[in-house]
Design a protein around this ligand. Structure first.
Ligand SMILES: [Zn+2]
Length: 176
C-alpha cells in the first residue's frame, strides 16, 4: 500500500445503498466489493460511517486511498452508508442533508462532523472538505448531498459558539 505524502482534502462519499436494503453494510462488506469485484488491494475509503453513526476504520489512514480518480494521492476518503432514495436514485434535485429519503441519519452527520474535526487536528494542512461530485470532471451524484454547504453550516455554528463572552460596555462616566 503506497504511503500518502500529502493530505490536502477530505472527500466525502456515500455507499449508494438504498432504503429497501435492510442488510447492514459493514466495512468488511465494502472491502469485499472493492477487493473481489474491483480487484483493489483493500477497501478504497479510509473510513465508513454506518447508519448508527458508528465509524468503521477502512484502509490504513496513512495509505493512498482509491476513491476519486486523480485525487487519491493527497486526500482522505470517508463514505456514508446509504445515499439512495426509495427510487434507488441518487437524487440531486433536493440537496438538503436532513432529508430522510436519502437514507442518511442524523447520527451519521454527527459522526461525520466529529471525524472531520478530528482529522483537521491531525492534518492541519487540509484546506478542502468536499463531496466526490465536487471534484472536477466527476459526473456522479455521490454522496447525494451538498458537502460544502453542509460543512459551511458546521463552521458557522462553531464560529457562533466561539464568540467571546460580551462584556458590558465599560461606560463613559457621565459628566453633569
Ligand atoms: Zn464517491
Amino acid at each position: 500500500m503506497t504511503k500518502r505524502k500529502n493530505t490536502r482534502r477530505i472527500v466525502v462519499h456515500c455507499l449508494l445503498t438504498d432504503p429497501s436494503w435492510h442488510g447492514p453494510v459493514s466495512v468488511d462488506e465494502v472491502r469485499r466489493w472493492h477487493m473481489d469485484e474491483r480487484g483493489w488491494a483493500d477497501v478504497g475509503y479510509h473510513a465508513i460511517i454506518r447508519h448508527s453513526g458508528a465509524i468503521e476504520i477502512g484502509r490504513d489512514e496513512g495509505a493512498v486511498g482509491a476513491h476519486a480518480v486523480g485525487y487519491n494521492l493527497d486526500s482522505l476518503a470517508v463514505a456514508l452508508e446509504g445515499g439512495c432514495d426509495i427510487h434507488v436514485e441518487p437524487r440531486t434535485d433536493k440537496l438538503t442533508y436532513t432529508e430522510t429519503d436519502r437514507h442518511f441519519t442524523s447520527m451519521q452527520f454527527r459522526s461525520l462532523e466529529a471525524w472531520i474535526k478530528g482529522k483537521l487536528v491531525v492534518y492541519p494542512e487540509i484546506t478542502e472538505i468536499c463531496g466526490h461530485r465536487d471534484i472536477p470532471g466527476v459526473t456522479k451524484f455521490c454522496p447525494s448531498f451538498d458537502v460544502r454547504k453542509w460543512w459551511l453550516g458546521v463552521e458557522r455554528r462553531a464560529a457562533q459558539m466561539a464568540l467571546p463572552f460580551r462584556k458590558p460596555p465599560l461606560g463613559i462616566p457621565i459628566e453633569d
